[in-house]
Design a protein around this ligand. Structure first.
Ligand SMILES: NC(=O)c1ccc[n+]([C@@H]2O[C@H](COP(=O)([O-])OP(=O)(O)OC[C@H]3O[C@@H](n4cnc5c(N)ncnc54)[C@H](OP(=O)(O)O)[C@@H]3O)[C@@H](O)[C@H]2O)c1
Length: 277
């Protein structure tokens, strides 16, 4: 069996400095591909290179840059002409109830995850990449299940999935032969982003991380089991707080701009009694 089936091919992996991106880069280098790893932190990319390509043969090329910058997209595709593009970089969303988000924190995943998918996909179609090339974007199970304390994350990931579907359609209509697909991983504490989110959801459910993971189970977002036993439903059952009551410790959101529950009731809260004069 060929142990390097991807020999001679070039892959670009965004967010290759840690987490899924680093794991994907490791697998691709192992399969013989040259990998260009994009992330903003040069030191993390250098560590990946030292581990995957200690003799600096060019098997892993660190490219320190912001993957949402359209100039970066153009530069990387023009210079490396990849036949595999893995759009993995993503912002770690703030874990807060909806009304403790600002518009800026709520929309952050749109400004990173969706923006990245848009620029790279557009450039892949316009360049165009060679026929037979593959573009894979990291969406999330949240695109199907929702993600109630992650602001606009679930919607952004659903849009990433749509962007890939639209691009696949354009590729077919234009006879380009480029394949586009999205993958929808489930929440896992195995990465920085996932560890933070799992801890926040466990705290919201009032259980420890281990119990949360056990109760959440292995159901796929598409399975009937997962729909029936959505973790968010079970979390809601466990925790019957009134919907707009303050979280247990409001001081956990120190930079929050305005929603001080003592002084700013939500619009549908009963009006405070008019003081007697
Ligand atoms: N972990 C999970 O449970 C889970 C589940 C479903 C989907 N996902 C998705 O899988 C992807 C990877 O997640 P992960 O858990 O591996 O995250 P992670 O551990 O936080 O790693 C994210 C990587 O993306 C890079 N990155 C972030 N913003 C960037 C930008 N603007 N430009 C370039 N690189 C950027 C980070 O490096 P720098 O900060 O140095 O740039 C880092 O290398 C994300 O799209 C995430 O939404 C994760």
């Amino acid at each position: 069996m060929n142990s390097t089936p991807l020999a001679g091919s070039t892959a670009v992996v965004t967010g290759a400095g840690r987490g899924f991106g680093r794991a994907i880069a490791t697998a691709l280098v192992g399969a013989g591909a040259r990998v260009v790893g994009v992330a903003r932190t040069r030191a993390a990319l250098d560590q990946v290179r030292e581990s995957l390509d200690p003799f600096d043969t060019g098997a892993f090329v660190p490219f320190a840059a912001d993957a949402t910058d359209p100039n970066v997209t153009g530069l990387v595709l023009d210079e490396y002409r990849p036949n595999l593009l893995v759009l993995n970089a993503g912002v770690s969303p703030l874990s807060r109830p909806l009304h403790h988000h600002t518009w800026e924190t709520f929309s952050a995943p749109w400004h990173v995850d969706v923006k990245q998918a848009f620029h790279w996909t557009r450039e892949a179609l316009l360049t165009p990449l060679a026929p037979g090339s593959l573009v894979v974007a990291l969406s999330s199970g949240a695109a199907v299940m929702g993600s109630p304390i992650s602001g606009g994350y679930a919607g952004a990931k659903a849009t990433v999935r749509f962007v890939m579907e639209y691009a696949a359609d354009e590729s077919e209509r234009g006879g380009l032969g480029i394949r586009f697909t999205a993958v929808l991983p489930q929440l896992t504490p195995a990465t920085e982003l996932g560890e933070r989110a799992v801890a926040a959801y466990a705290a919201r459910a009032g259980v420890d991380v281990e119990t949360f993971l056990k109760e959440r189970g292995p159901g796929s977002p598409r399975s009937g089991w997962a729909r029936r036993s959505s973790p968010w439903r079970r979390i809601r059952r466990r925790r019957a707080r009134p919907p707009c009551s303050p979280p247990p410790d409001s001081s956990q959101y120190p930079d929050e701009p305005r929603l001080d529950h003592a002084s700013a009731p939500l619009p549908h809260s009963p009006s405070p009694p008019t003081p007697a004069v």
